[in-house]
Design a protein around this ligand. Structure first.
Ligand SMILES: [Fe+2]
Length: 264
């Protein structure tokens, strides 16, 4: 969740449609063409199954309404365009309403491989496939519901559970790491890095540990949490997450594994 951005929101018209330029559609087309073979190799089955169900365009930026039409009968979720930056309060409220907030701009060529702030490629190509799955949809909705129950001062604790799972989570299939998180599946560089690089630390999924782990938004992640079994994430939605946050707070944050902590 970046604190500032050079991008401006694309404003939808009365029908909720956004008018993208030919160059913006071309950025989507090129990202899509690059990520499809990469996700086939590195992404988790749950992601690939969702991508299949959505049948999104390879050649132009899909409209949020098109995604809503696919998601609504599957999980009751919709996708709504929002400005490049929204606060945690609004973010949690939208998840609680089963509405996924999609930053509407698309990255420039300068940010093609890696972009700090979420753009429409990240939101649609990265996030919406998992929202076809009732388990991931319920977990996302739970984060929103819990977000409405915590004080704003506690938002940064709760958001780590979303960050290390829905955004940057890994899983294991047939003994191989696979990418689940939207920040991975939508990044030409970090998708490969998260699976193949010996550099990042890969830790076992543990809710309390995740809540205590600071992160940075502007670098490839130094730590990934690995769901050996995706059901562990779905069961986390049934935990007393308010009590988990209190426990994590009493234990305190882990020391950052990087030099300068920008957020988290
Ligand atoms: Fe995201």
């Amino acid at each position: 969740m970046p604190k500032n951005t050079n991008y401006t929101a694309k404003i939808p018209d009365d029908q909720g449609l956004i008018d993208y330029s030919a160059e913006e559609h071309a950025v989507w087309r090129d990202l899509y063409a690059q990520q499809i073979p990469s996700t086939q190799k590195y992404a988790a089955d749950a992601y690939l199954k969702g991508l299949d169900l959505l049948d999104m365009s390879a050649n132009r930026i899909p409209q949020c309404l098109e995604l809503t039409e696919h998601l609504m009968p599957l999980t009751g979720w919709s996708v709504a365009p929002v400005p490049a930056l929204i606060g945690f309060g609004r973010f949690f409220n939208m998840l609680a309403e089963k509405t996924f907030p999609a930053a509407s701009f698309i990255r420039s060529r300068a940010d093609y491989d890696y972009i700090e702030e979420p753009d429409i490629f990240h939101e649609i190509f990265g996030h919406t496939p998992l929202l076809t799955d009732p388990g991931f949809a319920h977990f996302s909705n739970t984060i929103g519901n819990i977000g409405q129950q915590v004080e704003p001062a506690d938002y940064s604790w709760l958001i780590r559970l979303y960050w290390f799972t829905i955004e940057f989570g890994l899983t294991v299939e047939n003994g191989h790491y696979k990418a689940l998180g939207s920040g991975l599946t939508s990044s030409p560089t970090e998708l490969i890095y998260s699976i193949d690089s010996p550099v990042p630390e890969r830790r076992e999924f543990n809710v309390i540990d995740i809540l205590r782990t600071p992160y940075r938004i502007d670098i490839h992640q130094p730590i990934y949490f690995v769901l050996e079994n995706i059901d562990d994430l779905f069961q986390a939605a049934d935990r007393d997450l308010l009590a988990d946050i209190r426990q994590a707070q009493s234990l305190g944050l882990f020391e950052p594994s990087y030099e300068c902590q920008l957020t988290g």
